[in-house]
Design a protein around this ligand. Structure first.
Ligand SMILES: [Zn+2]
Length: 415
């Protein structure tokens, strides 16, 4: 059966849970420092487990430390509907990035309990380990292992800046579970997340229906010319790697501008050698970051940039080498799950628009193995990965209500 009225979560209770979690691993400016596999992460996980158990959920932890809190369904053979995000933060992180998705998922279960609603499929609240990648690179490592993107042994051998191993730290905080990673079933996955960009707030829209995640390339370009004296080398005799770098920065910008609106391009990392005022740069190294939700656009930009760099370097007497050092395919979320999110927002009378996720999320990897969708709510000034990250109780409540209704739709209500 489907429900005739719209279900509503308790926004005050959700807000209180967000406040309580933010007390663990406080930052220095009102945000949080609860980096993955630290004592603070362990404390946050234990509070989350305690809340789940109090809500009648069975909590299981896999060998990557991913936490699965299950509310049984009426049909024991049905694959579960999963929802969640991550509790770890950046070193100077906000209170809501990831945390909202996990605690809103818990609030969904608390609401179903209050209303005495049974679902056909089980509902599983998930906390993915190390989404942020700040302490152990890369980001989204544990949802990545779960989805078969990375090997577990490789992931556990990652080390932090102090040389501590991921696997050792996971065991130290008591969250290396017995269940082999990847064995939990996922019938569908829904992730609520703050937007981390300015679009929803600027346009005064309640809900972002995430249709795509951006694909990206990181291209490392090494430009080799010749170091020589700035005063005595005639302009026509120079092999100036710095000039080639400047033209590369311009090329990346123009290439992204030529593929608007669904493309961005940046050169955020640049080094010139030897970096001296009176030496023409003999070598420059930069990392180009290009992103688009559309594979064709992303590939076209990559080709334009690679051939463009060759073309600009040659007349300068500079040798260009380009290497792919990072790549994600664009993500197209599951049309049925996306439609369920849109329908829920409509039924709740919330304004919504389709949106592309500019950042990576656990949902991007889970989408490879199960139908997946993301819901976004606005955040103040689009600011994130910053202790000043802020949302309103209303925004959090709206997002959680859409999550609740989409999940109940997918899980099916038993009369
Ligand atoms: Zn996040």
């Amino acid at each position: 059966m489907s429900l005739s009225t719209n279900l509503q979560i308790d926004a005050d209770r959700l807000w209180q849970a967000l406040d309580d979690m933010a007390r663990i691993g406080p930052g220095i400016a009102g945000g949080n420092n609860r980096q993955t596999l630290t004592d603070e992460d362990g404390e946050g996980r234990r509070l989350f487990r305690q809340w789940c158990e109090a809500a009648g959920l069975r909590v299981d932890v896999d060998s990557m430390g991913n936490m699965f809190a299950t509310r049984p369904g009426a049909d024991p053979d049905a694959t579960p509907i999963c929802l969640g995000s991550h509790l770890d933060t950046q070193p100077t992180g906000g209170r809501y990035d990831g945390v909202l998705g996990v605690l809103a998922a818990l609030e969904v279960v608390r609401t179903l309990n209050d209303l005495g609603i049974a679902t056909r499929r089980p509902i599983v609240v998930i906390n993915w380990t190390n989404e942020e990648g700040a302490r152990f690179a890369p980001a989204m490592i544990s949802s990545g292992v779960f989805a078969g993107v990375y090997q577990e042994s490789w992931a556990k051998d990652r080390v932090d800046a102090q040389g501590l191993r991921f696997g050792d730290e996971l065991r130290r905080i008591g969250f290396e579970g017995e269940t082999p990673v990847g064995t939990h079933k996922v019938g569908a996955f829904f992730e609520l997340h703050i937007e981390q960009g300015p679009i929803l707030e600027d346009e005064g829209i309640d809900i972002g229906v995430v249709t795509h995640g951006q694909g990206l390339y990181w291209l490392r370009v090494t430009l080799t010319g010749q170091e020589s004296h700035t005063g005595s080398t005639p302009m026509g005799k120079r092999r100036n790697a710095g000039l080639a770098l400047a033209r590369t920065v311009e090329l990346v910008h123009e290439t992204a501008m030529a593929h608007q609106p669904a493309a961005v391009g940046t050169v955020g990392h640049m080094e010139v050698h030897p970096n001296s005022p009176n030496i023409i740069a003999g070598r420059a190294v930069a990392t180009i970051d290009i992103r688009s939700p559309h594979r064709d656009t992303l590939e076209a930009m990559r080709e334009a940039i690679v051939s463009g760099i060759d073309a600009l370097a040659e007349p300068l007497g500079v040798k260009a080498e380009i290497e792919i050092v990072g790549h994600f395919d664009p993500v197209a979320f599951d049309p049925e799950c996306v439609a369920a999110v849109r329908r829920s927002a409509d039924r709740l009378g919330l304004s919504h628009r389709d949106i592309v996720s500019g950042a990576g999320h656990d949902a991007c990897y889970i989408n490879r193995i199960a139908p997946t969708a993301m819901i976004m709510c606005p955040c103040v000034g689009g600011l994130s990965h910053n202790e000043a990250e802020a949302i309103t109780r209303q925004w959090a409540g709206n997002g959680a209500n859409v999550l609740l209704n989409a999940v109940v739709d997918a899980a099916g209500v038993v009369a």
